[in-house]
Design a protein around this ligand. Structure first.
Ligand code: DHB
Length: 310
């Protein structure tokens, strides 16, 4: 089955996704070659290029990943070659991708001028959208730590929005004030909220009697976080008007559909690409299509937020 079917097409802030399954940031998504595989072999309807920073980052020492019962815990330390090197891959990825498969580029910064600069360069490189990573659960002065400072978050969003025209997605992590934060981000002009990132967690080696990960803490992803992420998307949908993309533990069409019924227009898939293989995108699309047809709907968009109409 081709996944290029009208009933699965979604529009988000003017971008057309041939289907609602998007490769999440960080999962085999930092070269044009990998991105090509995810789209042409895997069937992804959009891709998110792994988080980049202005300067190169080596990341943490090994071990950076641990397998747990219901998912993975990773703490890579945002390794990336820096903006200039990443731009070459981004330009190449854009050259290859079909127009109905948007390339979103994730980036992190805690400085408004720097964030604006990175965003401008990504726009020049023809990224279709940018995803501001406000949610890495363990990076120092970035991600979740930064998101505690609402004033700074507002400044960052304002600064990025003041010059960049492509849609700004903001990826949030689990935090008590997530609805408040999302509202403030919406008010500053962000275009899409992506929720949620991995959840701060740890795993202990009982024989070594020490944490497994070099960085001690990592981010938990996979099935363990899915019901939490669905709850967050449901709460966000009630409180904000900009589109939401759901992410967290999607392994099959049923998980994807839960997000959509909770209010997400599309979903991102990360851990399942490892655990189930890249065919996971196609499999989910097949399941969604069968559901749409057997339940008598016209398109995936008709299902967005339906769980609220009780
Ligand atoms: C990393 C970044 C993330 O945003 C995340 O959720 C988990 C890990 C990292 O590069 O370490």
């Amino acid at each position: 089955m081709s996944v290029n079917l009208q009933k699965l097409r979604v529009e988000i802030k003017g971008l057309i996704f041939r289907n609602p399954t998007i490769l999440a940031s960080g999962i085999l998504s930092n070269t044009a070659g990998l991105i090509k595989r995810m789209v042409f072999e895997g069937g992804a309807g959009g891709v998110t290029f792994k988080t980049i920073t202005l300067n190169p980052r080596k990341g943490y020492d090994n071990p950076v990943i641990a397998v747990v019962k219901a998912g993975l815990i990773n703490s890579m330390g945002l390794p990336n070659p820096g903006l200039d090197e990443a731009l070459k891959e981004i330009i190449e990825a854009k050259r290859i991708l079909p127009p109905d498969t948007p390339l979103i580029v994730s980036f992190a910064s805690s400085d408004p001028t720097e964030a604006q600069y990175i965003a401008g360069k990504l726009e020049e490189a023809k990224a279709d959208a940018i995803e501001f990573n406000l949610s890495c659960p363990h990076a120092k002065k970035l991600g979740l730590v930064l998101s505690q400072d609402m004033k700074l978050v507002e400044l960052l969003i304002e600064s990025i929005k003041s010059t960049t025209k492509i849609p700004l997605f903001v990826k949030l992590g689990l935090q008590d004030n997530i609805v408040d934060l999302a509202k403030r981000i919406e008010n500053k002009g962000a275009d899409v909220i992506v929720a949620i990132n991995t959840i701060r967690a740890m795993v202990i080696d009982v024989y070594a009697r020490r944490p497994v990960l070099k960085n001690i803490y990592g981010g938990l992803s996979g099935p363990a976080i899915h019901p939490i992420a669905v709850r967050v998307v449901y709460d966000l949908y009630k409180n904000i008007t900009i589109p939401i993309i759901g992410v967290g533990g999607v392994e099959d069409w049923h998980d994807a559909l839960e997000f959509i019924l909770a209010g997400a227009k599309a979903i991102e898939i990360g851990t399942a690409v490892y655990t189930k293989g890249i065919e996971v995108f196609k499999e989910i699309c097949r399941g969604l299509l069968t559901y749409i047809e057997s339940e008598g709907f016209n398109s995936i968009s008709d299902l967005v937020g339906l769980a609220h109409k009780i």
